[in-house]
Design a protein around this ligand. Structure first.
Ligand code: 13P
Length: 274
């Protein structure tokens, strides 16, 4: 594809279209007041999000509030979970506890966990297993650093991260197992991967998964994360292997978040009519 080509919905064959997901990750931000305001604003824009599956991953303590107040079409998400089922692990939150307070989805292996808490690929795998044991939807994050990209290690790094958990994806759970490609150099920096850069890695991820199971690889949804916002969502989501986004900064207000959902809807409408 030409780098300066205008994005068109036609890049996304309707036969290939997986339901787009737009998932917010609040990270260490928010309050009850902010969440209530977000949900009130969100409730007024039902038509903007009909084409997408929406998830919101809030800090643990706000999961019950989200569960109680969220519209039925919001998937209730948490940002992490323990690799242990229970026991002497002070400060940890288990998959069963998340389930107990209404979580339906959990992020695993976010680069901020990998970096700040030294989470290894092996630990990421254990966390996936815990999430799956409670039938939580799991969104596993993978991504390379700037230095790894500049030294041509992107595919090596992504493959290593994928290999740690990809055998856990099965025909039974592929609907609730997603992979998010989040290049570390694009997170919170305002530097977005170009649509072509995102597509290149997403295609690589899908091809790696296809080597194990072609049907599963076609079904699995791959999200892009890293400075995704209303102004670039259409271009990113129109790539054939990009099935939505994992949104940090632009998920903190419903207004910014809905701007992304509207782009997804526009893409769906154009795809269906092309
Ligand atoms: O890390 C991210 C989502 O998990 C992306 O964050 P930003 O959208 O703020 O770059």
């Amino acid at each position: 594809m030409m780098l300066n080509q205008e994005p068109t919905a036609a890049q996304k064959p309707v036969t290939m279209m997986r339901k787009l997901m737009v998932a917010g990750n609040w990270k260490l931000n928010g309050s009850q007041v902010m969440l209530r305001q977000w949900l009130a604003d969100y409730a007024e824009s039902a038509a903007d999000r009909e084409a997408v599956e929406v998830a919101l991953c809030v800090p643990y303590v706000y999961v019950p509030v989200l569960k109680e107040l969220a519209a039925a079409d919001v998937t209730v998400g948490a940002q992490d979970l323990s690799a242990h089922e229970k026991g002497a692990h002070t400060g940890e939150v288990s998959a069963a506890m998340l389930k107990d307070v209404g979580a339906e989805l959990v992020l695993v292996g976010h680069s901020e966990r990998r970096q700040d808490h030294f989470e290894s690929d092996a630990l990421v795998r254990e966390k996936c297993q815990q999430a799956l044991s409670q039938n939580l939807t799991v969104v596993v994050c993978v991504g390379e650093s700037r230095q790894q990209r500049e030294t041509d290690k992107t595919f090596v790094v992504i493959k290593q991260q994928l290999d740690a958990f990809s055998d856990l994806i099965t025909a039974d759970n592929v609907g609730r197992f997603l992979v998010a490609y989040e290049p570390i150099w694009a997170i919170g920096t305002g530097l977005t991967a170009s649509a072509e850069q995102a597509q290149e890695v997403h295609q690589f991820i899908r091809s790696q998964l296809a080597a194990k199971d072609v049907t599963m690889a076609r079904q699995i949804r791959l999200l892009y994360g890293g400075s995704c916002k209303g102004s670039n969502a259409f271009e990113l989501f129109s790539m054939p292997d990009v099935d939505g986004g994992l949104i940090g900064g632009a998920s903190l207000t419903a207004e910014d978040f809905m701007a992304i959902c509207r782009e997804a809807k526009k893409l769906m409408n154009e795809t269906q009519s092309s």
